[in-house]
Structures are given as C-alpha cells and as structure tokens.
Design a protein around this ligand. Structure first.
Ligand SMILES: [Zn+2]
Ligand SMILES: [Zn+2]
Length: 302
C-alpha cells in the first residue's frame, strides 16, 4: 500500500488497481465504453461489443472493473474518470511504442548562429539541436501520441507548446503527472548533473545554475534552466512582448534566457539569488529571482 503519512489515502491497493491490465477482456471492456456514445452501454451491449459469449466469465471481469473504473448506473455501465485515465495512459503510446525520428529541419532559428535547428526523437526523448554551431538547444521527453494525426512540423510545434506548458507548471510547484507538489530548488549545474546518468549530455549543463524539480508524491523529477521561470511571469512576458520577444510565437529553443548560459548570473548561493539578463533591441531586461525562484524585480536598461 502507499504510505499514508503524506496525507494521501488510497481506496484501492495499487496492485489490485493494476489488475485491470491482467486480462484482455478488462481492457477491451474499457475501450468498448470509450467508443460508445456517452461512454455508456447496457450489459448485453457491452458483452456483445467485446464478443465474449461466456456470460459468467464476462460478468466476473466486469465486476472487477465496477466501482472504480466503471459505474453501474440504472441499467447501464458508464466509464469513470479512472477508466479514462487507463485508456489515456495506453493511448499516449509510452507503454506500447518507441518510434524514432531521424534529424529533420525544425522551425525557428538557432539563437547562437541563426542556423536552422533540427528535431530528433529517440527513446521517448525529443532533441532540438543546431548542426551549424554543434549545440544541443533543448531536450525533453515527449509522448509518441504527439506524432498521431500530425505532420512532422506539427509534431515539433506540439513538442514546443507542451514542453513550455509542462515546465511552467512544474517550476511553479505543481506536478503535471500526478497533480502533487513539486519541490523547486536551485542547484549548481555541472556538479548536480554529473550524479544522473540520464543527464549525461544535458543541454543546460553549461548554465551556472539550474532548477531541480522533484515531485514529493510521484516519481517525476527534472532539471530545467532557471530562465524557465520567466515564462510564468505576466509582468516579464509583457515587457518582453513590448520588445518583440513574444513567447507565443517563438519557440523555446529561440529564447535566449532558456538556451544561453550567458544570460544567467548567480548573485548569491546562501540564500540563492539569480539574475537573468535578456538582451532587447535597445538594451536589456534584467530579472531578479529570489531564493524560491520567484520573480522579485525587473529592471530595464536602454
Ligand atoms: Zn547554431
Ligand atoms: Zn507527481
């Protein structure tokens, strides 16, 4: 059972909950309800949809789902939120597919040399790199579902949108995987990164400091550039937009405060205080972040 000391009580043992994956008839039942109108079917409709003639066997498996994944409502069985989430996890493709994408031209420009970046996908990891100046600009996991019904360019745009969204949410303290609390702390980049094999060729290793994000509830953890916090500040975004730097039209890999280590300066480590300087066409915008990585002040120099 999950520990109860974090204020989280489970109604069902996780082992029991995952029994939903133990028999194909259970998943077929969830999928049949997903495809039905209003996500609901009568017993006979459901039995016919999964093509199981043995009523006893079908009743047994349906009972295992009823309560948490499926609700019995009058004469119908209705797919519940938990049932939707099982289908969503499967449809994301993470458990069932590991496609690869060879380096292909990505939209936007390399912020270092104005070259054309490339997008590459392997082992659920998407990488945006610039072959012209041999720089890895951004790297982050992406679900195979992102390629479904999209052209390669559309998938790359989706990777940008989704990664921005995830980084904003998690660096603001909310886990996008489980909705739990994410601890956000500054760490010295090379020292901390060396401890994690997964970050061996980390794109932000050259930054003087990065943010370690660690969910207190699930297994999610991540390291992101400190500049990501600027994406969550309407005041900063407003100032940047007035200088032509619009994050809704520019890709993550085009933002200097995300990809350029020179924009980040550690002012102090005890307590932590970090300054991000974003060049503008007339001067620069300096953003101070406090010990909790929250925007403290914005200074504009012409
Ligand atoms: Zn470049
Ligand atoms: Zn979490």
């Amino acid at each position: 059972m999950l520990p109860a000391d974090d204020g989280f009580r489970t109604d069902i043992d996780p082992q029991d909950a995952f029994q939903v994956f133990s028999h194909e008839l259970r998943l077929e039942t969830l999928y049949a309800l997903w495809e039905a109108s209003n996500y609901a079917l009568s017993f006979s409709e459901l039995q016919s949809a999964v093509e199981e003639r043995d009523s006893g066997k079908f009743t047994y498996h349906l009972e295992q789902l009823t309560g948490h994944f499926v609700r019995e409502d009058d004469s119908e069985y209705v797919l519940q939120y938990a049932g939707h989430r099982v289908i969503d996890a499967i449809q994301s493709g993470v458990f069932t597919a590991s496609p690869t994408v060879e380096p292909t031209a990505a939209p936007g420009q390399c912020p270092h040399c104005d070259g054309t970046p490339t997008f590459e996908y392997d082992s659920h990891l998407a990488t945006i790199a610039c072959p012209e100046c041999a720089t890895k600009l951004i790297e982050y996991p992406f679900d195979p579902g992102g390629f479904q019904d999209r052209s390669p360019t559309e998938a790359i745009r989706t990777f940008d949108e989704r990664t921005k969204h995830k980084w904003r949410l998690a660096s603001g303290g909310t886990c996008f995987v489980c909705a739990g609390c994410v601890e956000v702390e500054y760490v010295d980049s090379p020292t901390e990164i060396d401890k994690h094999d997964r970050y061996e060729e980390y794109f932000a290793a050259g930054q003087p400091a990065i943010l370690h994000l660690d969910c207190t509830h699930c297994s999610f953890y991540s390291f992101v550039p400190v500049g990501v916090r600027l994406l969550d500040s309407p005041a900063v975004l407003g100032r940047l937009a007035s200088h032509g730097l619009d994050i809704s039209t520019q890709y993550l890999w085009e933002l200097p405060f995300v990809t350029d280590p020179a924009t980040t300066t550690v002012q102090s480590r005890d307590p932590w205080h970090v300054e991000i300087t974003v060049p503008t066409e007339t001067g620069s915008l300096t953003v101070d972040l406090d010990h909790e990585a929250t925007v403290e002040s914005i200074t504009e120099s012409l």
